[in-house]
Write a protein that binds this ligand. Structure first.
Ligand SMILES: Nc1nc2c(c(=O)[nH]1)N[C@H]1C(S)=C(S)[C@@H](COP(=O)(O)OP(=O)(O)OC[C@H]3O[C@@H](n4cnc5c(=O)[nH]c(N)nc54)[C@H](O)[C@@H]3O)O[C@H]1N2
Ligand SMILES: Nc1nc2c(c(=O)[nH]1)N[C@H]1C(S)=C(S)[C@@H](COP(=O)(O)OP(=O)(O)OC[C@H]3O[C@@H](n4cnc5c(=O)[nH]c(N)nc54)[C@H](O)[C@@H]3O)O[C@H]1N2
Ligand SMILES: [Mo]
Length: 755
């Protein structure tokens, strides 16, 4: 539980500024790592140092001064903490007792220190040496009737070298079951963009911020989740670039921001307004907004104005006519109703877009986590194509990825639907025949546990059970497994909701050095804009018994595949050998990897649409259709509200740093419901009272979360918000985007009921 009494008050200050500086100092103090933490902070995102373990936003080139990021500092402080989870700790607490504790409490116990195995007789985790741990994994995996009966999860902090080897190990073992955190996150980017532009990645680089003439930030809470991007938004705004923020929550940093590294602004308590246009969209209203903007463009073109880039379109694209027809068929009253916006504002957005010669559209979970998330992104591409916003400075599509290496993990093979071409290359490079059939994404892996086909779950990082939907069902599914393995830095719920056999394997973290018989090793990371660079930890490992993720993968492979064709032993010691194999499997983008990585700035992986080359089957950029205006299935219940589950300012996914959410004015509480006052009054609910939420679904299952305090908050009508992961029990497992498998965590149909 939180330490103090809940407190709710409006945050009147700009985001960033002294509030952020104070919060950073406080967190370093609390984790007792002021000197160590500050020293490590100086090496974060610097040449020769390590990559920030928090978000995937690129760091500015090394000529710039140290970038200050409150949430990067928090991530580091919690990783470099002095607290330790030891064998005595596990001796003192049964797993059932630990289950009673909050996620926050579990996190606060500190770093894991040695491998542990679950002992059913005492209901405790007990020490287990590494050799035994690997032997247990090997025994379980080899005993399976089919390799498809194991699920291999990856979370996006795992570096390229470990992720690549993990994908090779599992393919040699014989399955493509790669549920991944990306499946809950930017998978609509990975699956939705390729049919449109040929790649499942963003097409902008950091310098594009300097050339953009308009920037749209849609469904992303920048100041909290990618704070380093605020620097770019501030700079753009100071140049007079219009910024359009589209969000059902008026996120503080998107309104006003003080740069903590701007000494003058700090001294004078000044700030920069960020959004020139704040678009208070209804949850799921973005498709209507985008089509509304396209409609304005088509209307103007029909009146003889040259607002469409016809040259670009005829040279590079296919499919405009069908999209025009679809867009023109949408009527304004419907566009207004579904978006929750007035027509005049949609026209203003279109005007900003039309006046700009180079537009960037950045987006986050507010666009991806809907039932039609993938196809919604294709409509964003349509909008960009209309004015030729690809292949020129300052223009393009910019998914703002989450985990620091989630994009990299995908690039190097963590993919449940690998292409045949890639599998051929794996075969040629490693000399074994990889499995050809597609594997499970995250939701399918839970279904396989439920129906008993999955028997083993290995989690390379992450906190699977807290991240996935339908908490109660998912817990029950995990508990049916024969073996669960958590490869982790910190104790989390995933280690407590376990199979009959269970292991916790503690790893060296991003900020810590890796020393092998071949000397000090570094790993590599790919950021959200496809830059690959080296990461070298500068701190001593939290315990002498930790292993690097690379070694854990190699030793799992050695224990499981006695006749392996892969020289696992050598990779444990020399990470260059791994990079050489990455280069061999991906010659197009990773050629000369070991040489190019020597550049302290790293290098950029080619993204063909930047060169106006479209790796689609027809070699063109494609305008694609998504009929209508809704991105989620209609619900007939008139009491229905759409619930978005979001992150607070003080959490990293399932890791809860504190119970505060400063910018939204919430202190010492996470069980809150942000609600429009009129929606509340209409239901006869008092502000500040306790309510429960129930999911509206037709699968016969009752999903309910109790004990939420209702806060009057500037939400659009019909939209409510609350925190992930506390509200995950409300999210049905099969409520997801069919193209990408991504759960629609931003649009859960619920009703509010008296507690
Ligand atoms: N400090 C910190 N940094 C992080 C993370 C963290 O937890 N903490 N997580 C990392 C990860 S893995 C990820 S994926 C990213 C997530 O970063 P974000 O994408 O910012 O994630 P969320 O907080 O889930 O919500 C995004 C925003 O979407 C808005 N939204 C909700 N529904 C809609 C809608 O229908 N339309 C629109 N336009 N907006 C909507 C919400 O109000 C919220 O502002 O951040 C990464 N960075
Ligand atoms: N309702 C709802 N659900 C969501 C979301 C949402 O917005 N709403 N967001 C989704 C998104 S975008 C994502 S990305 C997922 C996140 O899902 P995950 O990636 O599974 O979750 P995290 O909370 O990031 O994982 C934290 C754990 O990772 C381990 N860890 C930390 N650093 C390292 C490391 O360097 N190596 C290793 N091996 N382990 C490490 C620690 O033990 C820590 O407890 O959740 C998804 N779930
Ligand atoms: Mo994410």
């Amino acid at each position: 539980m939180a330490d103090g009494k809940p407190l709710y008050k409006t945050y009147h200050h700009p985001a960033g500024g002294w509030g952020a500086a104070a919060a950073t100092a406080k967190v370093l103090l609390e984790q007792s790592v002021v000197t160590k933490g500050s020293r490590a902070l100086l090496a974060m995102n610097q040449p020769g140092g390590f990559k920030c373990p928090s978000c995937a936003f690129p760091d500015a080139d090394c000529k710039k001064t140290l970038e200050f990021c409150e949430n990067g500092a928090k991530a580091l402080a919690f990783e470099a903490t002095k607290r330790r989870v030891t064998r005595e700790f596990f001796q003192q607490h049964t797993v059932s007792e630990l289950m009673e504790q909050s996620d926050y409490w579990l996190e606060m116990q500190g770093r894991l220190t040695e491998p542990m195995r679950y002992d059913a007789a005492s209901d405790r985790y007990v020490p287990c040496d590494w050799d035994t741990a690997f032997a247990i994994i090997g025994d379980h995996l080899r005993a399976l009737e089919s390799p498809h009966h194991a699920e291999f999860y990856t979370s996006g902090r795992t570096p390229n070298e470990a992720a690549f080897l993990y994908s090779i190990f599992i393919r040699e073992f014989g399955t493509n079951n790669f549920p991944d955190c990306s499946n809950m996150c930017h998978e609509p980017t990975s699956r939705g963009l390729p049919p449109a532009i040929g790649v499942g990645k963003g097409t902008v680089v950091l310098e594009d911020f300097e050339h953009a003439e308009a920037i749209f930030v849609i469904g992303q809470n920048t100041g909290t989740n990618s704070p380093r991007m605020m620097t770019n938004l501030v700079e753009a705004r100071k140049r007079g670039v219009p910024i359009v923020a589209v969000n059902p929550m008026p996120e503080r940093a998107l309104i006003r921001f003080t740069e903590p590294q701007d000494i003058l602004q700090m001294a004078t308590f000044g700030s920069t307004p960020i959004a020139s246009e704040f678009v208070h969209i209804r949850i799921g209203g973005d498709l209507a907004l985008i089509k509304g903007m396209m409609k304005v463009i088509f209307e103007r073109e029909a009146q003889g104005e040259k607002v469409i880039d016809t040259d670009f379109i005829s040279k590079h694209t296919v499919g405009l006519d069908a999209v025009r027809e679809d867009v023109m068929a949408q009527e304004w009253p419907e566009i207004v109703r579904v978006s929750g916006l007035d027509e005049a504002q949609i026209r203003r957005c279109a005007e900003i877009y039309i006046r700009s010669r180079a537009t960037m559209i950045c987006y986050g979970m507010g666009l991806t986590q809907h039932q039609q998330g993938s196809r919604l992104l294709q409509q964003v591409v349509n909008l960009l194509l209309l004015r030729g916003n690809f292949g020129k400075p300052g223009a393009g599509i910019s998914p703002i990825r989450g985990h620091s290496n989630v994009q990299g993990d995908r690039t190097v093979g963590i993919d449940e639907k690998p292409t045949q071409d890639y599998l051929d290359r794996v075969r040629d490079v490693f000399g074994f025949e990889p499995p050809r059939e597609h594997g499970h994404h995250t939701v399918e892996s839970v279904e396989a546990m439920e129906n008993g086909t999955a028997k083993v779950f290995i989690g390379m990082g992450g906190n699977f059970v807290r991240a996935i939907p339908d908490t109660d069902r998912s817990y029950a599914a995990m508990r049916k497994l024969a073996l669960t393995v958590g490869i982790a830095t910190k104790l989390n719920r995933g280690h407590l909701v376990h199979g009959r056999d269970a292991l916790i394997l503690p790893v060296i973290s991003r900020s810590e050095w890796i020393r092998t018989s071949a000397g000090e090793q570094f790993v590599t990371i790919e950021d959200s804009m496809s830059n690959v660079s080296a990461s070298r930890g500068v701190l001593a490992p939290a315990s002498p018994h930790l292993l690097p993720e690379v070694e854990i993968v190699c030793r799992m492979a050695l224990a499981t595949l006695p006749d392996s064709k892969v020289p696992w032993e050598s990779y444990i010691h020399d990470y260059h050998l791994i990079r050489d194999k990455i280069a061999a499997v991906y010659p197009d983008i990773y050629r000369d990897f070991s040489k190019r990585i020597k550049d302290p700035k790293g290098f950029h992986l080619d993204v063909p649409p930047r060169r106006l080359v479209w790796p689609t089957p027809n070699g063109k950029a494609n305008f694609l259709l998504l009929p209508g205006l809704e991105v989620n299935d209609p619900v007939s219940d008139p009491a229905m509200l759409r619930l978005a589950t979001v992150r607070s300012h003080d959490q990293f996914n399932t890791t809860i740093y504190s119970y505060n959410d400063r910018y939204r004015g919430v202190y010492n509480d996470r069980m809150v419901l942000f609600m429009n006052a009129e929606d509340r009054a209409q239901r006869g609910i008092d502000a500040g009272s306790r309510v429960a939420l129930e999911t509206i679904s037709d699968d016969g299952l009752k999903r309910r979360v109790d004990g939420l305090t209702v806060l009057d908050y500037p939400m659009p009508r019909g939209a409510v918000a609350g925190y992930y992961p506390e509200l995950n029990p409300l999210l049905p497992l099969d409520y997801y985007d069919r193209i990408s498998g991504t759960p629609a965590a931003k649009s859960i149909p619920i009703r509010v009921v008296a507690a």
